[in-house]
Design a protein around this ligand. Sequence first.
Ligand SMILES: *Cc1c(COP(=O)(O)O)cnc(C)c1O
Length: 361
Amino acid sequence: MRYTKAMIDTKEKLASHLTLTQEEEAFDYTDRTALPLKIPSHFMALINADDPTDPLRRQVVPTIREMEGEAGASLDPLFEVEHTKRSRLIHRYASRAVFLTTDVCALHCRHCFRRRFTATAQGAASKEEIDEAARYLADHTEITELLLTGGDVLTIADGALEEMIGAFRAMRADLVIRICTRMPAAQPARITNALVEMIKGFDSAPFYLMVQFNHPRELSAEAIKAVARFIDNGIPAMNQTVLLRGVNDDADVLQELCNSLVFNRIKPYYLFQGDLVEGTAHLRVPIARGLELEAELRRRLSGLAMPTYAVDLPDGGGKVPLTTHYLRGEVQQGVWEFENPEGERRRYWDPPTDRSSSTPR
Ligand SMILES: *Cc1c(COP(=O)(O)O)cnc(C)c1O
C-alpha cells in the first residue's frame, strides 16, 4: 500500500535517522514477543533528532525498559478476552461494543495497551468474522454504538472497509459507529476524500472519528487537514490522549494540546491513565500527579477543552473517571459542602422535601 512507503521498521533504518541512546540501543530487536518497531515517515519527520528526550520519540522508539518485568502487570488487564462474545467482538458495556477490525497499525505506540493483539499477523477480520459480529449486534439491540478499532481500522483498504461497514449497516442501520484511529497523527496521507466520501455514503446513522493526539507537535498541518476532511463532511472528531511520562505529564503541554484540539474542532474526550500493561511501566504517571494535572487543567481550560481523566481498572473493572473531590460531603441533612477549583468552600442546599414531586414519566 502506498502509505506504508518509507516505513522505519528496522534498527538500521532507525539508526540512520537518530543516534540511539544506550537504552534504545539495548532493546532486543530479535525478541519475537516484543512489539516490533514501526514508525511511518510522516511521524519520523516530526521527531527532533537532536533531542534524545523528544516527546514524540518516546512514544515510538523502543527501549530496554519495555523488557523489564512488573509484578501485577498483564497483557490483558481489561479482561478483553473474557468479554469477547464473538471472534474480535468485545462487549463489556451494555450500550456499546468493540470490533477489532485488524491487528495492523500504521504506527506502533510503545504505550500500546492491546499488545496481546497488535501486530500478531492475523490481518483484517474475515467475512465470516464480520458477519458473525453483525449477527450478534442484530441480536443485541441494547448496543447503540459500535467502535471500529484494532489495530487501526484505517489500515484497511477502502474497498474492504466499505464491505465491512456495509455488513454492519445491513444488520443495524441505526448503529452509531466510531472510527477509532491514530492515522491522522501517524500517516495523514491515508485520509483521502475518497475514504471520507465512502464512509459518508452510509448515512443512515452518524459516524464519529475518535483520534489520538498525545502532544501538540503531533497536530501537524497535514494531520489537521486530515481530521478536517471528516469534520467538514459532518463527522465530529473526539480525541483520546494517553497520559505519558516524559511526553505530556506537564500542565503547559496538556493545556496547549487541548486548546489546539478545540481550535481545530476536535473535542478533548478522554485523558487516560496508563493501563497496567506489561512493558509500559516506564511510560506511566503516578495517579497523584495525574490528579494534580487534572485539577490544574480545570483551572486553566474551558469546559469544552477539558477532557475527562479516566482509568480503566485492572481485572476488567472498567473505566472510572478520576477527579479532585470538589464535593466534600453532606454536612447536615440536605446541605452539601463543596470546595471549588480555587480552594474556596461553599454550601448548597436541596429543595424542601415536603413540596417535592417527581417528574412524571
Ligand atoms: C473504552 C471502551 C468502550 C467505550 O467507552 P466510552 O466510555 O463510551 O468511550 C467500550 N468498550 C470497551 C471494551 C472499552 O474499553
